[in-house]
Design a protein. Structure first.
Length: 371
């Protein structure tokens, strides 16, 4: 993996020891609670003191966690410029040349951090607005933007949403962060082997040369059976799918073919996942505990295993012990903050706090009633 990425996934641990202030000055014990933003020089001087007392790598967290930063930043920058210009008039400054240099550097570094945070904010918003099936093409096309600092920014946003008790936003941010990290890791792994990428491109071109949809499906099944429907090929297909889907210049007939191709490939990859993972994903998609229990009881009942029943359903079963083992592996993976692609392409989607809580509940249910 490239140096600018974490060696392991970001830890979406919501028990951070020291949370940044919701907005600067919000918890001042000498002030009554108010939603009005203090734009006074004294307030900006307080902010200057805060930033000067923090390491630069802490600034990302301060800006990401602040609800008022974009209201305050222009005034803060102007106040720093004013203090630089009037440093000779400040009787509290002993070494005026040094203070002028320090303030100028603070202004420059703060503006740089502000610009990066703005780009992270915009990128995160783009991700939240993208359809899930487009992400696998979008993320590799913007790979350079998904740095360790971007994931740090998102983690602070998750922590802030959790602190505000916004359950839906917390889950959405954690889901998209884990999903993107999984795609980045798959892309980096595939990119290490140029021969693998070249082979994937060749196989994808062969898929595009078939004359009928039936031949395309047969070719995909052939690739899957020979182990060639790998992450490199899926990433190649995802890029092509995204470019076609989002282009206003591509004919609808071509779009329809590409939609079928990509959907068939994803469905085939999904069927290659362990059956325990496939069953678990289905059970976790249900909110009702009673319905979850009924689904588990049905899944643990031995019987014939059939695929494509009525065209869109699979009949699968597994032993309770193997399901418990799968859940334990995923929970252990969560604790280690590592996204394991060996569980299948959708394993990282199970890593949101809400899903982890549901999974722990399923584990307790299986141990109590099925073991």
């Amino acid at each position: 993996m490239k140096d600018d990425l974490p060696a392991k996934g970001p830890e979406f641990d919501l028990s951070q020891k020291k949370q940044p202030q919701p907005y600067f000055g919000a918890n001042d014990e000498n002030k009554e609670a108010t939603t009005e933003i203090d734009m006074s020089p004294a307030m900006f001087d307080k902010l200057i003191t805060i930033f000067r007392s923090k390491d630069e790598d802490e600034w990302i967290g301060l800006l990401a966690s602040s609800e008022k930063w974009y209201d305050l930043c222009d005034g803060l920058f102007a106040r720093i410029e004013e203090r630089v210009e009037k440093v000779d008039e400040d009787p509290a400054v002993k070494n005026r040349d040094e203070e002028e240099l320090l303030l100028a550097r603070l202004l420059r570094k703060l503006k740089e951090t502000h610009a990066r945070c703005t780009s992270y904010r915009d990128l995160l918003q783009e991700l939240l607005e993208k359809d899930d099936d487009v992400l696998e093409g979008f993320v590799p096309s913007r790979r350079g933007e998904f740095t360790a600092e971007f994931f740090s920014y998102v983690t602070h946003k998750i922590e802030r949403a959790h602190e505000m008790k916004d359950v839906e936003l917390t889950a959405n941010l954690a889901r998209i962060a884990s999903r993107v990290l999984g795609i980045v890791e798959q892309f980096d792994e595939a990119s290490r082997d140029q021969q693998l990428l070249d082979t994937a491109a060749e196989n994808f071109q062969e898929l595009l040369k078939v004359e009928t949809i039936q031949d395309m499906d047969a070719k995909i099944d052939e690739l899957a059976s020979t182990g060639k429907l790998d992450p490199a090929l899926m990433l190649t297909a995802a890029k092509a799918y995204m470019s076609v889907k989002e282009s206003p210049y591509v004919e609808e007939e071509v779009k329809d073919v590409m939609v079928h191709l990509y959907s068939k490939m994803r469905d085939t990859v999904g069927r290659q996942q362990p059956k325990e993972v496939r069953i678990l994903k289905l059970v976790l998609s249900v909110d009702d505990p009673i319905e979850q229990r009924n689904m588990l009881e049905q899944a643990f009942t031995p019987g014939p295993e059939l695929e494509n029943v009525d065209g869109n359903e699979d009949m699968l079963w597994c032993a309770p012990e193997s399901m418990l083992q799968t859940i334990d592996v995923i929970l252990k993976t969560r604790e280690q903050s590592v996204v394991k692609t060996s569980l299948g392409g959708d394993a990282e989607r199970m890593m949101t706090p809400e899903i982890i809580e549901r999974m722990q509940g399923l584990k307790n249910l299986i141990e109590d009633q099925f073991i």
